[in-house]
Design a protein around this ligand. Structure first.
Ligand code: 5RP
Length: 222
């Protein structure tokens, strides 16, 4: 059966609306980035709870404020209660690839600061094994050529995301890892290259997933 983009957007919204039921007054909530996370931000706004939030991108901070959510500067925050964010791929072991929207570094920091991190997605993001999606690597512009050369030895392909700069003023190398045998080793190898500021492999951060498939939301816990 044909599953068009309107259905996919409905699934994104349903996953988001299910997950935001975990948000309670008094919480400090981490807001993700992307079209699915935007559904969550709007749904949190509609809840009208007394919460504070931190955002993983300038776009999400702007959206949150526009729907009446108090957004704090993450630079002043060490611990987050609950973060809700999208993903580009997620497997049954809660390994995820993130960063199609370019926000993976702030998303990683906020996810690591969070007591609980929930991924929300439509079923197209659920995969048997991660690695087909673009794996974005955030690179200090000063180190561009050096990092690109080093990364080439680790992944199948690496392409600059044009002139795009992240909210942090860095460039993005979109890599394709393919079917990798040892994701921890790849994550460490990429992170160890001087000039790499972050990457979109989330191997340990995700605690739960709300995935919507043709209108039915399923929650799974790590
Ligand atoms: C942004 C991300 C997003 O969460 C991911 O790209 C999913 O986006 P969408 O919900 O629009 O499909 O990691 O950096």
């Amino acid at each position: 059966m044909h599953h068009d983009s309107a259905d996919i957007d409905t699934d994104k919204r349903l996953a988001a609306e299910a997950a935001v039921q975990e948000v309670a007054s008094g919480m400090l909530v981490g807001l993700g980035t992307g079209s699915t996370a935007a559904h969550a931000i709007r749904a949190i706004g509609r809840l009208g709870l007394d919460i504070d939030a931190v955002a993983t991108s300038n776009a999400s901070a702007d959206l949150a404020r526009s729907v009446g959510i108090r957004v704090r500067d993450f630079a002043d925050v060490a611990r987050v209660d609950l973060t809700i964010d999208g993903a580009d791929e997620i497997d049954a072991d809660f390994r995820a690839i993130k960063g199609a929207g370019g926000a993976m570094l702030r998303e990683k920091v906020v996810a690591c600061a969070s007591r609980r991190m929930i991924v929300i997605a439509d079923a197209s993001k659920r995969v048997a094994t991660i690695g087909a999606a673009k794996l974005p690597v955030e690179v200090l512009p000063f180190a561009a050529a050096y990092v690109a050369d080093r990364i080439t030895g680790l992944v199948r392909s690496a392409t600059w995301r044009g002139e795009y700069l992240t909210d942090n003023g860095n460039r993005v190398l979109d890599c394709v890892a393919g079917a990798y045998h040892d994701w921890e080793a790849l994550a460490d190898a990429i992170a160890c290259i001087p000039g790499v500021v972050g990457h979109g492999l989330f191997l340990k951060q995700v605690d739960a997933a709300y995935i919507a498939d043709r209108g039915v939301v399923t929650r799974t816990e790590r």
